[in-house]
Design a protein around this ligand. Structure first.
Ligand SMILES: *Cc1c(COP(=O)(O)O)cnc(C)c1O
Length: 392
């Protein structure tokens, strides 16, 4: 087998993991099959008893899914990747694989809403408790760690305020306390940030976002060592059943082929939009790690190759002004999703963060005038004109 580590990122993104069939097809093959046929009863027995490696059933392994897993593993710099039915399935499988009743998690308070619900409401039923801390406050992470803490969990940059966590420092803290560091690398993708190389133990992904990048399929992945991912986490997936479909794996394979290209253009557009927003009168505050005025610009510069596609800003005039800006757009999609070629615009206070109290929201910095944009691949001048209509 090819050692993909010797090749550049884009070569791996285009080619890693592909095994051609005897038909000699150029593009990757989809294997839409639930089960696999054995040559004999003896071979079936050998596969089931693990004496012989090979496919049995697509809940366990599927060639198209494996192709995606191997490609993403080498892009993240991990030994093993496991694909899942969604990003939440990746996080849930990781939790079920690593935890037992009585265990504890320390998580950033600035994480995806469904992840908060999973940790707070669902895992709590099984006596797994989570302490939420401020992403950028290393002391509060340290103070929250207990003897039964199994892992630290974060996203960086955070959504929607683009706070940046020091992955290396948090990995050291986790390891000094006998815990693991799990990073949701959804916003940067391996094209911009490689948490495993900074010391994290596991990366989780919502492939639904930038890995597909075109808003077509649900999927997720966990990447890390053979021991962690191939052991308890695979066992959960195999029997828990939240596997990725071969068709979706094929879509994500095609997404990975253009991942770096797309991420570079997302960053070009986001940087241009952020620099333009700074000059607009109606803007009260802007959040983008690529602006030297961002409080963690130096850390972002060190840890990421570029600054990503999420840009948030606060307009003067609260919710009314924010809604006016959003409703005046003609190109941007008003949707809470992100990571698409199509630019999306969201009012966090009344959507993604609408279920928490106004006090909690303001404490978290999600003010009523805040707008979040996931900058797509349209012409940036058109995006500026789209916003300018509402700024008037
Ligand atoms: C969307 C998202 C998820 C969940 O992924 P799904 O594919 O929707 O299940 C997890 N983490 C982050 C940061 C996300 O944006």
């Amino acid at each position: 087998m090819t050692n993909w580590d010797e090749f550049g990122f884009n070569t791996r993104a285009v080619r890693a993991g592909q095994v051609r069939s005897e038909e000699g097809e150029h593009s990757e093959t989809i294997f839409p099959t639930s089960s696999f046929v054995f040559e004999s009863a003896a071979q079936a027995a050998a596969r089931f008893s693990h004496k012989e490696q090979g496919n049995i059933y697509s809940r366990f392994t599927n060639p198209t899914v494996r192709n995606f897993e191997q490609r993403l593993a080498t892009l993240e710099g991990g030994e093993r990747c496991m694909a899942t039915a969604s990003g939440m399935a990746a996080i849930f499988s990781t939790c079920l694989g690593l935890l037992k009743a009585g265990d504890h998690i320390v998580a950033s308070q600035s994480i995806f809403g469904s992840t908060v619900i999973l940790l707070n409401n669902i895992l709590a039923k099984f006596d797994v408790k989570t302490t939420f801390v401020k992403l950028t406050d290393l002391d509060s992470w340290q103070a929250a760690i207990q003897p039964n803490t199994k892992f630290l969990f974060l996203e960086t940059p955070s959504n929607p305020l683009t706070e940046v966590a020091d992955i290396g420092a948090l990995a050291n803290l986790a390891h000094a306390n006998d815990c693991l560091l799990v990073v949701d690398n959804c916003f940067c993708t391996p094209a911009l940030q490689k948490p495993l190389s900074l010391g994290a133990d596991l990366v989780v992904h919502s492939a639904t976002k930038f890995l597909d990048g075109q808003g077509r399929c649900m999927g997720g992945a966990v990447v890390g060592s053979e021991k962690l991912v191939g052991g308890d986490i695979f066992a959960v997936l195999r029997s828990g059943g939240s596997t990725m479909s071969p068709f979706n794996a094929w879509v994500f394979l095609k997404g990975l082929e253009t991942l770096d290209l797309r991420m570079q253009k997302h960053c070009d557009n986001a940087e241009a939009l952020a620099q333009w927003l700074v000059k607009q009168e109606l803007i009260e505050r802007i959040y983008y790690p690529g602006l030297p005025s961002h409080s963690q610009y130096d850390l972002a510069l060190r840890q990421q190759s570029r600054f990503g596609s999420l840009v948030s800003f606060e307009v003067k005039g609260g919710q009314e002004a924010a809604w006016h800006v959003i409703d005046s757009t003609r190109i941007m999609s008003i949707t809470a999703n992100l990571g698409d070629t199509k630019t999306t615009i969201t009012h966090p206070a009344t959507t993604t963060h609408g279920r928490i109290t106004a006090e909690q929201r303001h404490a978290a910095g999600i003010n009523d005038g805040l707008i979040r944009i996931s900058v797509g691949l349209e012409n940036v001048e058109d995006l500026q004109a789209d916003l300018l209509r509402g700024f008037k």
